[in-house]
Each structure stands twice: as structure tokens, then as C-alpha cells.
Design a protein around this ligand. Structure first.
Ligand code: ASP
Length: 332
């Protein structure tokens, strides 16, 4: 009897040990990480001062640290994406939130979107002028409204009712953007080259294997009042699906809308069994062929990443578990 009892206890103990080791194993093998962009465009080393480069590198690094910490502590990819984008919206360096580019009327009109790869829930906001952090309003729309996308006044009213911080439109306009705007008003010729990029985006994979993506922007410099780009369009600027990948786009939005870039990358993986890299490269090549420029960042369900672009540069970086943060600006 005693021997039997001992055997029984030993078996129970080994079962518990196996169970614990399985959990630890799945925790250590589950990849997680974050990939970010701060816009693509004519970003040349020759146009950059060492100070400016250092500022961008520091901001990108801070953004990566914010996202990584959330993921490392077991937080949700959605929370990491939102926190990173909020940080970049608050930075005057990027074309999102404070520091956004201006419309031809000299105002900031902001667009943003977010998507949860686990549920395919999504939220988007376009053409808002008083919302300090459009990415937070996009998430609110996703979680607290029956809708996916809201625009202008209605979106702002919904945000106000739900405690989203509003600011005076002047808050978004930095000295640098105002001077740029004034210069462009004088030199109509400059307008054509004026597509100032600098949109921000983040994609993340968390320890539970959930993917999320988000994008936020002021759009294109000197855009028409009322113009909406790809950033708030689910499937163009942002897409996430746990079965495939999470994508955030930046670039000449009209082309990204016409090609449904973010969803197309996911679809290539789903229907053609492409790797993330192959899908992202192929879709970006289509953008180029059509005459558009820009780039995407993406992470797949296995933690593979891709950051292709067809411009001179793209502010970008990633921080994956088991590695160090990596930041790039130019073509490498
Ligand atoms: N894609 C954004 C837009 O078209 C701009 C950008 O990414 O720079 O609004």
C-alpha cells in the first residue's frame, strides 16, 4: 500500500513537472516584438544634420522601448501599438499629432486607425482637428462604438463624450511646419515636391500570439481640405489578422488605397502561402509600378518582420525578444 502510495505521488509530481515545463516552454518559444515607422520619403543623409539624426534616433528608440516593455510584461499587442503611436504623436518630429503637416488652408487634419488581429475589430478616425491623440480616438471607436470609422465633427463629439483629450488646433502646428507652409504658399512649384511624409505606425506581436497594427498621420503637406489618405483606411494603411500578419503603411496614400496594400500583403500570405517578406516586397513593387512611393512595416504570427520601402529612406526600427533594438533611417 505504502509503495503504491509512493508511486502514485511520484507519478503525480512528474505530471505537475511536465505541465510546468510545458508552460515555461511555450512562454519561452512564443516570439514577441514590435516594429515601428516614422514615415518614408526623401530622407537623405546629405540633408540631415547630426543633431537631427540623433533626435530621430532617440525618438525611435524611446518608441521601441515603450512598446517592448509592454510586450515583455505580458501586455497586449494592441496596448503596445497604441502607446507607441501616442508617444510618436506627441513628438513634434513626426507628421502625426503635434508636428503634423498642414492642409492648403494651413490647418492640421488628422487621420488614424488601429486593428486587433485576434478579433478583426478595427477603429479609424479621419479629418479631426482638435483630438490630441487620434490613435486613442481610433481605439475608442473600435471598442466603444458599433462603427469602424468616424470623421470630423461627429468623431470629435464622440471622443469628447468619452473623455478623449481635445486641444486647440494651434497645438499641432510647430514652427518648422508653419515656415514650410508659408514657403510653399509662395512657391507654387514647391507644391509638387511637397508631399512631406512622416506618418507614424506600429505593428506588434504579443506573448499570447496576438497581432495588432496602427497608423497615425497629418496626411500629405498641402493636401486639399477634406482629403483623406490611406492611414485611416483599414486594409490600405492598417491591417492585422492573427492568421497572417500585421501591417502599417506610409507613403503616397492614394496609391496605397487603390491597391489595398495592407490587406493585400495579408491576403498573399493567406491565399498564396507567401512568406511575409515575399508578400510585402511584391505588394510594394505593385505600388512602385503604379507610380506610388512609400513603404510598409510588418510582423507575422511567427515573429518574422519586413520593412520594405521604395523611397530614399524610411524612419524605422524593431525590437524583438531575444534581440536588441534596431533603428534605421536610410537605405542600408
Ligand atoms: N500615407 C499618408 C497619407 O497619404 C502620408 C504618409 O505616409 O506620409 O496620408
Amino acid at each position: 500500500m505504502c509503495v503504491f502510495k509512493r508511486c502514485y505521488l511520484a507519478a503525480l509530481l512528474s505530471l505537475v513537472l511536465i505541465f510546468i515545463s510545458q508552460i515555461t516552454l511555450s512562454q519561452t518559444t512564443q516570439k514577441f516584438g514590435i516594429v515601428i515607422h516614422g514615415g518614408a520619403g526623401s530622407i537623405l543623409k546629405s540633408n540631415m544634420t547630426p543633431e537631427k539624426e540623433a533626435d530621430y534616433t532617440a525618438a525611435l528608440n524611446n518608441a521601441l522601448q515603450i512598446g517592448y516593455k509592454i510586450l515583455e510584461n505580458g501586455g497586449k499587442s494592441l496596448d503596445a501599438v497604441e502607446a507607441v503611436i501616442k508617444f510618436m504623436e506627441d513628438s513634434p518630429l513626426f507628421n502625426a499629432g503635434k508636428g503634423a503637416v498642414l492642409t492648403e488652408k494651413g490647418e492640421a487634419e488628422l487621420d488614424a486607425s488601429i486593428m486587433d488581429g485576434a478579433t478583426l475589430m478595427a477603429g479609424a478616425v479621419a479629418g479631426v482637428k482638435h483630438v490630441k491623440n487620434p490613435i486613442m480616438l481610433a481605439r475608442l471607436i473600435m471598442e466603444k462604438s458599433p462603427h469602424v470609422m468616424m470623421i470630423g465633427e461627429g468623431a470629435e463629439e464622440f471622443g469628447k463624450e468619452n473623455g478623449i483629450e481635445m486641444v486647440d488646433p494651434g497645438y499641432f502646428i510647430t514652427k518648422e511646419r508653419w515656415e514650410q507652409y508659408q514657403k510653399m504658399l509662395k512657391r507654387q512649384e514647391e507644391k509638387k515636391k511637397a508631399e512631406k511624409h512622416g506618418t507614424v505606425g506600429a505593428v506588434a506581436l504579443d506573448k499570447n500570439g496576438n497581432l495588432a497594427a496602427g497608423t497615425s498621420t497629418g496626411g500629405m503637406m498641402m493636401k486639399k481640405f477634406g482629403r483623406v489618405g490611406d492611414s485611416p483606411i483599414i486594409g490600405a494603411g492598417t491591417y492585422a489578422n492573427n492568421n497572417t500578419c500585421a501591417v502599417s503603411s506610409t507613403g503616397y496614400g492614394e496609391y496605397f488605397i487603390r491597391l489595398g496594400v495592407a490587406k493585400d500583403i495579408s491576403a498573399m500570405m493567406e491565399y498564396k502561402n507567401y512568406s511575409l517578406k515575399k508578400a510585402a516586397d511584391e505588394v510594394l513593387a505593385k505600388v512602385g509600378k503604379l507610380g506610388g512611393d512609400g513603404g510598409v512595416i510588418a510582423i507575422d504570427k511567427d515573429g518574422n518582420t519586413a520593412m520594405p520601402f521604395n523611397t530614399d529612406g524610411m524612419y524605422r526600427g524593431y525590437y524583438l525578444n531575444g534581440g536588441n533594438p534596431a533603428i534605421y533611417i536610410y537605405k542600408e
